[in-house]
Design a protein around this ligand. Structure first.
Ligand SMILES: [Zn+2]
Length: 194
């Protein structure tokens, strides 16, 4: 597993979690997860492209040259959303990092079709991951994560969502404007064909 983030809080949480994870589970994580990285900006998710409220996630890492339907057992990648991680205390962040790694242990065990199977039974898998984290000896950290998620992080994100979405749309509009400008400049420098 490659650690592709310089976030000191995530790296610190990872060091603490690593010490708690039994060797067998750590081996499963290290061979199943290709990399762990962070997104620095807000993310959108779901059919309606709403603001993602998740601080982290385990996702399949598909080979872009092969249709996903032909990749039944892709390796995994763990991604954290830094703007959301910042809303959690250090203690809860340890719980969050452990939770995502517990998903990876589970996915490695499930094998082929892991992502679809876990996605279908989302709430069940959430509980399974939390129980595994508790067994690793991080019960108070996972409890802190759940408590902060319910009481502060998610309510705050819902409250701030219109403002954050406006910022996101502005960024998209600015990117589109830049593409349009570059495109019109390219057209202007091309010889006219009439
Ligand atoms: Zn989860």
């Amino acid at each position: 597993m490659l650690i592709l983030t310089r976030s000191r809080r995530i790296r610190r949480a990872l060091r603490i979690v690593r010490k708690q994870i039994p060797t067998k589970d750590w081996r499963a994580i290290a061979s199943f997860v290709e990399w762990l990285r962070c997104e620095s900006g807000w993310q959108r998710a779901g059919l309606m492209s709403e603001l993602s409220k998740n601080g982290g996630g385990l996702f399949p890492l598909y080979d872009p040259n092969v249709p996903p339907r032909d990749q039944k057992n892709p390796r995994g990648q763990v991604r954290f959303a830094l703007p959301i991680c910042r809303l959690y205390s250090d203690k809860a962040l340890i719980g969050l990092v452990a939770h995502e790694l517990a998903h990876a242990v589970r996915a490695a065990r499930l094998g082929a079709g892991w992502y679809e199977r876990m996605d279908r039974r989302y709430l069940h898998e959430e509980r399974v991951a939390d129980i595994m984290v508790s067994r690793w000896g991080l019960r108070s950290q996972i409890k802190a994560m759940r408590q902060e998620q319910r009481k502060t992080v998610v309510p705050l994100l819902y409250q701030q969502e219109p403002h954050i979405m406006q910022l996101l749309y502005k960024r998209v509009a600015k990117d589109e404007e830049a593409v349009r400008e570059r495109f019109s400049r390219t057209l202007a420098t091309q010889p006219r064909q009439d």
